[in-house]
Design a protein around this ligand. Structure first.
Ligand code: BG6
Length: 476
């Protein structure tokens, strides 16, 4: 559909940005926090900085919230660090951890910024891992339930939007990148057991939120990458559908319909996979009715037919930001991914495809009819301070303008979207490229090699976004 006017955003639309505790906070050994597995992982990603300091938001949160307010934010999505709240196996609550998030939440509310809080964003505490093997063991379910209940009780009087697990689908699809395949002998089979345990944890969080938070709403956070067929060959369309199932739909169907879909049950049967579903599990999942979808969307993919006799090829992410490193995988008899000649890419080979945003919102709305919020979307780039002491991030502005415009078009198409939160407000640690891949509207003065003064410097995109959101999406 084409429209004669620019998109119109709803009056109470929330505009903001997004972060994750381990990527923004730093202060990993302060305030009673104990290590998370991702801390250890990030140390292995040399020559990039690890997460011990990151953007040092732990010490700069007041200044950061002031800058958000100056920018005109009405929402901020951040995550709570599990090991800051519950640092040890004894399950005791850490008052310093509670205080940090209380202070942050109160500071946001004082500035009329609605907190949107993720319970789990990749940071499994080491103590949980040592106690039971983390997501690999069902013991984690009670530990997670205890942790989320502590959060709901401590913050639920002020936080009404909650998110369960960030990108469960991506954690299962890229187990190696995010480190959750640790300790698994046969990841392809074991990942479905782990996924089932994560589904049970998600369900526990949804149920507890509704029980403990007056007026609380909760949703999952899928990482969504629209998948287009490479051509109009019917085989390519089926390949795209296979990819969509195995990277996204299996999860989204489960969250909404609260049962595994027919595709995945047949896939398990054909591949001799036992996800270890026990009596009572599906009843628990059935109880967990979500209120909305939080969606992370950065790029799109292309799929094409992959004959059974093709050779398996493993997906390789671009790990250093030099274009052309991404390896498109082949899954014989299922699908393969391919480059899209119609779109540009970032230095990390991520497709720059604003229409993917509208596609995603339309797809999710058509399939599930639940309100949606964007919790991540952004442009990762190599950046440093210019000679004038500024960062002129024209490319980021263009990226964001095009993407947000498509959010607006999806709203015009009839999709219910309540909030847009870009990744990220300040620069923060990327999952694999430290400070070399920056996303922020605000530059943080530090590098992978040296910790500098961590000064906050507004980039051009800060001023552009501020104008856009203060006009509720009128001044592009
Ligand atoms: C999202 C994650 O998938 O992508 C974030 O939720 C992550 O944690 C973001 O930082 C961008 O990815 P990267 O690898 O560029 O940091």
């Amino acid at each position: 559909m084409y429209y004669k006017t620019n998109p119109i955003f709803p009056k109470d639309f929330m505009w903001g940005a997004s972060s994750a505790a381990w990527q923004v906070e730093g202060a990993v050994a302060e305030g009673g926090r104990t290590p998370a597995i991702i801390d250890l992982n990030s140390k292995k990603k040399k020559p990039f900085a690890d997460n011990s300091i990151a953007a040092d938001h732990y010490h700069h949160y007041k200044e950061d919230v002031q800058l958000m307010a100056e920018c005109g934010f009405s929402s901020y999505r951040f995550s709570i660090s599990w090991s800051r709240i519950i640092p040890h196996e004894d399950g005791e609550v850490n008052p310093e951890g509670i205080k940090f998030y209380n202070d942050l939440i109160n500071e946001l509310l004082k500035n009329n910024i609605t907190p949107i809080v993720t319970l789990y964003h990749y940071d499994m505490p080491v103590w949980v891992d040592e106690m039971c093997g983390g997501w690999r063991n069902r013991t984690v379910i009670d530990a997670f339930d205890h942790y989320v209940r502590v959060c709901f009780k401590a913050f639920g009087d002020r936080v009404k939007y909650w998110l369960s697990i960030n990108e469960q689908n991506m954690q299962i699809c890229y187990g190696n990148w995010l480190g959750i395949d640790k300790g698994c002998d046969d990841w392809e089979k074991e990942k479905w057991k782990i996924n089932h345990i994560m589904n049970l944890c998600h369900a526990k969080a949804v149920i507890a939120c509704h029980e403990l938070v007056d007026g609380g709403k909760i949703g999952p956070v899928p990482g969504y990458v629209p998948i287009y067929p490479e051509s109009c060959k019917p085989e390519d369309q089926i390949a795209a559908m296979n990819a969509e199932e195995l990277t996204e739909k299996v999860w989204n169907d489960l969250y909404v319909h609260r049962e595994y879909n027919g595709f995945i049950k047949k896939y398990w049967e054909d591949n001799n996979i036992d996800p270890d579903i026990r009596p009572g599990d599906m009843e628990l999942i059935k109880e967990a009715k979500i209120d909305f979808f939080a969606l992370n969307c950065y790029r799109s993919n292309v799929a094409k037919d992959c004959k059974p006799e093709e050779e398996y090829l493993e997906l390789q992410l671009n790990k250093n930001g030099v274009k052309g490193q991404f390896i498109y995988p082949k899954y014989p008899g299922v699908y393969q991914l391919a480059a899209n000649p119609n779109v540009e890419t970032t230095d990390w080979d991520w497709e720059i495809d604003p229409i993917a945003m509208r596609y995603m919102l339309r797809y999710m709305w058509d399939h599930y009819q639940l309100p949606m919020m964007i919790t991540e979307n952004g442009y990762g780039a190599h950046e440093s301070l210019g000679e004038d002491g500024c960062v002129h991030d024209e490319e980021r502005i263009n990226f964001l303008r095009d993407q947000i415009y498509q959010v607006g078009l999806a709203i015009m198409d009839g999709c219910e979207v309540i909030s847009y939160n870009l990744w990220s407000f300040t620069d923060l640690l990327s999952t694999g490229n430290g400070m070399a891949k920056r996303y922020g509207l605000v530059y943080v003065n530090t590098t992978d090699e040296d910790v500098l003064d961590l000064r906050r410097i507004k980039k051009d995109s800060f001023y552009w976004y501020s104008k856009l959101i203060k006009s509720n999406g009128k001044e592009w």
